[in-house]
Design a protein around this ligand. Sequence first.
Ligand code: R5P
Length: 281
Amino acid sequence: MIVSGSASQSLAAALAAEAGLELAPATYDRFPDGEQLVTVPIDADRAIVVAATPTDAACIELLQLQDAVREAGVGTTVTVIPYLGYARQDEAFEAGQPVSARAIARAISTGTDRVLLVNPHAAAVAEYFDVPATSIDAAGCLADPLPDDLAEPLFLAPDENAQSLAETVRDAYGAGEVEYLEKTRLSSTAVEIEWHDRRVADRDVVLVDDIIATGGTMSAAVSALVERGVGRVFAAGVHPVLAGNARVKLARAGVTAVIGTDTLERAETTASVAPAVAEHL
Ligand code: R5P
């Protein structure tokens, strides 16, 4: 039986349909003091808890969902984390700081038999769990919403780390070149992009990254492409966090469309990771 977190209801429903499993009628409430309480009526041998953790509240809710299914006598729990918050804090950056991703992973491990992660920011994050954890590369679905008539398509990663994602999307699309740029992060919201010589004028470019957070990376890349006479430019991110004024930045830069998956439920969610996740259930 699939058990959905409140932030992952569309994906949980898609996964239930994809895998032919029932969706538990979970409900989510809050007490007057702000504390959360989930209720999961469930009678099953196996629970698949599907819950993105983009907020602190969602982390608490996931722990509650796991505990509720154990309390209901479920034998095996699989936890699917479509988007793992805190994954970018995968190390202590200064003395005195925590490895936040590890702390969260340990807490989640206590309530599950195994974990499935969708494109975690760093592969090493999977090692922080105390139970078997598998990383799923679902980036290929970002090709689904792309138009069939891309002109001389170029799949462009904003940095070398995202190159394999760009290759995955190109392979799923079935045509095009792959290239990556050099990115230097100036602050939490601003980046500098070093340009390559690759011709982009009149070509359609698909920028591919794991996360679109503040939109700083994507909007800098879009601006550089527009300056160079690009045709259409699509900003595709597995996890469309789109925090703060990300949409404004991307629109001002001249993006044709933003494409995200259902690891986070946003207006820009036009692709589903459900088929890729279903293969691992
Ligand atoms: C960083 O290494 C990630 O791959 C993304 O490029 C980053 O999270 C994007 O963040 P932002 O949208 O804030 O530039």
